[in-house]
Design a protein around this ligand. Structure first.
Ligand SMILES: [Zn+2]
Length: 315
């Protein structure tokens, strides 16, 4: 049996890690699985969280596996096959990775006999579809075009009209993919996987001609467009102020255009929080102790000095 390769793609903050956790809990708990976790920044936060659940996780950080780290992806898959021979490899690309480029790596000749591309699933945040398509269309559309299955996230917070408008827009970009619009808490991971594994997969070459010929002139690698600011910090934040401080990330004048922020920070009372920021949405959870605070902010025109002043110890 060839090892299945699942690629769970989606823009920054769409909910990829949450979905992978759902799969692991509700369907894949008995399979031998290795996860490849790619973070655009250097500080691996999702990887740390997945490792805590005892999984084999290979982290590829500080860049994007579709462009700058394409060789690392190929080597990691080979290494995993040599050392573990899992039934399944789940790849979580960075939110700015182009799905087409990642599929190409997975289909190279030296891997073809031992692995096969299986699920090509893209998570789309229904509330931020317009924001992402109008600002980062090149990266975002690629993730939609090459997916076989598209899963809308945060539909429980959206109106029916909104869901329908976004579904129609996705249809125009990719007429063939199955689109799942049910709220995640009402569907089981098993149902999603069954659907995604039945969605037909055309070899990348078949689709490529049309799309790449039309877009070749505008090809950018993620690092040309997106910036990362990240840091470890021993600063202790005030519990009462932390939410206001993190919500302040939407202040473009102050920080630049922040698309994603995540991290682990220490708060008073010797406690820790895990935060997840995307435009107009902040999640903060308390978590068990960690060794040091660290955070990662991704965006365009970032004011790194201001971020440093705010989140690092100044004195
Ligand atoms: Zn890339």
């Amino acid at each position: 049996m060839k090892t299945k390769i699942d690629i769970i793609s989606g823009f920054l903050g769409a909910g990829k890690t949450t979905l992978i956790k759902k799969f692991l809990e509700e369907k894949l708990c008995n399979e031998k699985i290795v996860i490849i976790e790619n973070e655009f920044g250097e500080v691996g936060i999702d990887g740390t969280l997945l490792k805590k659940s005892g999984l084999e996780v290979k982290e590829i950080n500080s860049g994007c596996i579709c462009c700058t780290l394409v060789g690392d992806l190929e080597n990691s898959i080979k290494e995993i096959m040599d050392n573990f021979k899992p039934e399944r490899i789940i790849i979580e690309p960075s939110g700015v990775g182009k799905l087409s480029e990642i599929i190409k790596v997975c289909e190279i000749d030296s891997l073809k006999n031992i692995t096969k591309v299986n699920m090509l699933l893209t998570v789309v945040d229904v509330e931020r579809f317009n924001l992402h398509i109008s600002n980062f269309g090149e990266f975002f559309e690629n993730q939609i075009i090459y997916a076989n299955t598209i899963l809308l996230s945060r539909t429980q917070e959206a109106t029916e009209e909104k869901i329908e408008t976004v579904t129609n827009s996705i249809r125009k970009i990719n007429p063939k993919a199955s689109i799942v619009t049910n709220p995640w808490n009402s569907i089981n991971g098993r149902e999603i996987i069954t659907l995604a594994e039945n969605d037909l997969y055309d070899s990348i070459q078949d689709q490529d001609e049309v799309y790449l010929n039309a877009h070749r002139h505008h090809h950018h690698d993620a690092p040309e467009v997106f910036q990362v600011w990240e840091s470890e910090t021993s600063k202790v934040f005030m519990k009462d102020e932390i939410k206001d401080l993190l919500n302040g990330l939407q202040d473009k004048e102050n920080f630049g255009k922040v698309i994603r922020g995540k991290g682990i920070l220490k708060i008073d009372g010797n406690k820790w929080i895990l935060f997840d920021y995307i435009p107009a949405k902040l999640e903060v959870k308390e978590m068990s102790g960690d060794y040091t605070g660290r955070l990662c902010v991704i965006g365009t025109d970032l004011n790194k000095e201001q971020l440093k002043d705010t989140f690092n110890n100044i004195n």
